[in-house]
Ligand binder design. Structure first.
Ligand SMILES: Cc1cc2nc3c(=O)[nH]c(=O)nc-3n(C[C@H](O)[C@H](O)[C@H](O)COP(=O)(O)OP(=O)(O)OC[C@H]3O[C@@H](n4cnc5c(N)ncnc54)[C@H](O)[C@@H]3O)c2cc1C
Ligand code: FES
Ligand code: FES
Length: 506
């Protein structure tokens, strides 16, 4: 493939068209804002996508002309990744003559800020909700703000401030800004990007050019949302030779649907997949609500989560249970691999040099299949799994005729549980789980896995939890609607926990 012409990164920054030609592609948007532009409103708390102090709002237009606004963590976004987007920072929120934006006014009126370190991030997350026309219901506010940490004010006044926005009409100047942003995004189609003299960042706009660029430059890191790679730079100080981004290809950003499958290409973010697949896979809906934060889901991709091959990634166990296929591409050749053949060892996958993960194909659930995905982590939001179990059961008259189990956190790779699956074939879900079955499941799981002790969980905890998740899935499978009777005998606190997880398992 001939090299793409070099050009600077071009974007809208608080309504002003901006071009930058960075030497190194791995300069983060946050460092560029603060150090090069002196825009110090966005703060650095953790530099790893956890605290939300660096939140900015990115607006983008899709191929149908729809404009979306999402908060993103500027600390793990590299500057070339905002090419063609509109970026709003806390400096660009207030109106003419410094009049407060309604989201700022609400925070002041309801005492939502003390030290103020977290405040710019909260303001930007609220602004993303404002631009998206959110209804300001408590549950969606909590989801919107789960990626913003505050240690002084407490969340009560912040949530009250957000709730008050339901009754506020947009001022004229705000609507005018939104219109100008829309016009700029409409006038700027995605174009090939090749920037960074010292450390290149290449982002072709066609799938074929992308594939050839990856094969031509195997030394460059394939990059999607950078929610993993960003931390390699900010925390591990790794120096990559260059990057090739999958995110400029319009065709890779949308989920496709056939009669029996959903196809998730490389550029599809978790937020996009969540909104499109929630109704067909309710357990994935519940899982995505607990995947990182709104900021992480807006940037991170489904394929990045699989390609990264982390043993504690959340989607791999779910996709193992669903029996997903992966399409791997090298130049213009593709091959299809069942996901359970992809993970070979710790950070080692069946992916040849120059090959990339083009799409994940998910089978639709059949009417006689039951699917459960259960995540155990220390916090409900914004936390990596200690153990993640996913179960897909096919039954006939209550008897299990086929079962696929996927576990994360139990081995060096996300993995099926072949002995346990074998032990459950023919099990009648309507029969109680007696001591004999319990013992056989313990023995089978012991044969399938020897988990490690680490900071997230001990080996014993992981083994115990894996069996509990399995039993929970079997109990849920025994009844189409898990009900209060099944929980009789538990304390109210335990019931609340079980009901939450049963809900996730429905
Ligand atoms: C605060 C925070 C919270 C998080 N919470 C969770 C969580 O709850 N659950 C969870 O599972 N993960 C979580 N993550 C991890 C991360 O968000 C996911 O793994 C995400 O899906 C990675 O996707 P990405 O597009 O950002 O990948 P990137 O960071 O861009 O890339 C990750 C890896 O995948 C490779 N890659 C990306 N796309 C392709 C492709 N198409 N073909 C080949 N290789 C490719 C890259 O080369 C790199 O090796 C969290 C991360 C952060 C920072
Ligand atoms: S500084 Fe904490 S999320 Fe960016
Ligand atoms: S007001 Fe101090 S951290 Fe939020």
């Amino acid at each position: 493939m001939t090299a793409l012409p070099r050009r600077p990164v071009k974007f809208l920054l608080n309504g002003i068209e901006t071009t930058v030609d960075p030497d190194r592609a791995d300069i983060t948007l946050l460092n560029w804002l603060r150090q090069d532009r002196g825009m110090t409103g966005s703060k650095e708390g953790c530099a790893e996508g956890d605290c939300g102090a660096c939140s900015v709002v990115l607006a983008r237009r899709d191929d149908k002309g729809t404009i979306s606004h999402q908060a993103a963590n500027a600390c793990i976004l590299f500057l070339p990744m905002i090419d063609g987007l509109s970026v709003t920072t806390v400096e660009g929120i207030a109106g003419p003559d410094g009049v407060l934006h309604p989201v700022q006014d609400a925070m002041v009126t309801h005492h939502g800020s003390q030290c103020g370190f977290c405040t710019p991030g909260f303001i930007l997350s609220l602004f993303a909700g404002w631009r998206q026309g959110m209804a300001w219901q408590r549950a969606e506010i909590e989801e919107l703000l789960a990626g913003n940490l505050c240690r002084c004010t407490g969340y009560g006044p912040i949530v009250t401030a957000a709730l008050s926005l339901a009754d506020v009409a947009p001022p004229e100047w705000d609507s005018g800004r939104q219109e100008a942003e829309k016009n700029w995004l409409k006038a700027h189609n995605k174009t090939d990007l090749n920037t960074g003299e010292e450390q290149p960042f290449i982002a072709p706009t066609t799938r074929s050019d992308l594939s050839h660029a990856i094969a031509d430059h195997p030394q460059y890191q394939i990059i999607a949302g950078a929610t993993d790679i960003g931390l390699w730079v900010t925390k591990q100080h790794r120096k990559m030779d260059g990057f090739i981004s999958v995110m400029q290809v319009e065709d890779l950003a949308k989920i496709k649907e056939t009669k029996d499958h959903f196809i998730i290409p490389a550029g599809v973010s978790h937020a996009e997949a969540h909104s499109k697949l929630a109704a067909d896979y309710p357990p994935l809906d519940a899982l995505w609500q607990r995947f990182g934060s709104a900021q992480v889901r807006a940037s991170g991709t489904v394929c990045g989560n699989i390609a990264n091959g982390s043993p504690i990634g959340d989607l791999a166990p779910a996709f193992l249970a669903l029996g997903a296929d992966l399409t791997l591409q090298h130049r213009d050749e593709t091959r299809v691999l069942p996901i359970d053949q992809f993970f070979l060892g710790y950070q080692k996958q069946d992916r040849k040099q120059g090959e990339w993960l083009a799409e994940v194909t998910l089978p639709k659930l059949a009417t006689d299949e039951k699917f459960y995905a259960l995540k155990i982590s220390r916090r409900f939001d914004q936390d990596i799994s200690a153990v993640m179990g996913a179960f897909c059961l096919k039954t006939d008259g209550g008897k299990i005729t086929n079962i696929r189990i996927g576990f994360g956190g139990m081995a060096a790779i996300p993995s099926r549980a072949p002995k346990t699956e074998q032990a459950l074939l023919g099990h009648d879900l309507t029969q109680p789980i007696d001591a004999e079955l319990d013992a056989s499941l313990t023995a089978a799981l012991d044969q399938d896995f020897t988990p490690i002790d680490d900071v997230r969980a001990s080996q014993a905890y992981r083994q115990h939890m894996a069996k509990n998740l399995l039993i929970k899935a079997l109990l849920a499978g025994a009844s189409d609607a898990p009900n209060a009777d099944m929980l009789a005998g538990f304390s109210d606190q335990t019931k609340a926990i079980l009901e939450t997880n049963m809900g996730a398992a429905e």
